[in-house]
Design a binder for this molecule. Structure first.
Ligand SMILES: [Zn+2]
Ligand SMILES: [Zn+2]
Length: 176
């Protein structure tokens, strides 16, 4: 997953807000606040500009991070509004940290209809295509390296080829 793809997750409105916040704060600090402050009197002009840019980048990065959480939670079929609010309102960035610990895995795409579905799903909720190998006896998901189905005990692929059915192609493919 490249950084470019990850930046694509951030909604455009968050990028615009981050840019406006950065420009507004940087200009306000460099033009007004820093030259008038007693603390920065001894600082050369270049240092004042660098300080203003650095201080303005922090809220801009914060807005981008919140936008990323919104878009990433949405992409992962999580409650994205709730997670964005938690990231904003739980203090000390704990909401942000919790999101990155608890976020669901990235969705997979159904090979038949292309729907974006949760990685844990066995069947596509849109077209019922099997997304993982299933037990030939009870129809529940099994992993490829299991010799027996954990739900009904039926032997799977080991010694019995074909017991684990590969994802079947539906008899009547729906037109897209
Ligand atoms: Zn599907
Ligand atoms: Zn079974």
């Amino acid at each position: 997953m490249s950084l470019r793809n990850e930046m694509h997750v951030i909604p455009p409105v968050a990028k615009v807000l981050a840019a406006l916040a950065f420009l507004g704060i940087a200009i306000g600090l460099i033009a007004i606040a820093i030259p008038q402050s007693r603390d920065t009197l001894g600082l050369p002009r270049g240092g004042q500009v660098a300080l203003g840019i650095f201080a303005a980048a922090i809220p801009a990065i914060y807005i981008l991070l919140l936008g990323y959480i919104y878009g990433d939670a949405r992409r992962r079929h999580m409650r994205y509004i709730v997670w964005t609010l938690l990231a904003i309102f739980i203090p000390n960035a704990i909401g942000i940290i919790l999101f990155f610990i608890l976020r669901d895995p990235l969705p997979v795409f159904c090979p038949h209809c292309g729907a974006s579905v949760k990685a844990a799903f066995t069947f596509c909720p849109q077209c019922a295509t099997a997304l993982q190998p299933v037990c030939a006896q009870c129809g529940r998901a099994v992993e490829r390296n299991w010799s027996h189905c954990p739900h009904c005990g039926t032997a799977t692929s080991t010694g019995k080829p074909g017991a684990v059915s590969p994802p079947p192609t539906p008899a009547s493919p729906q037109p897209l």
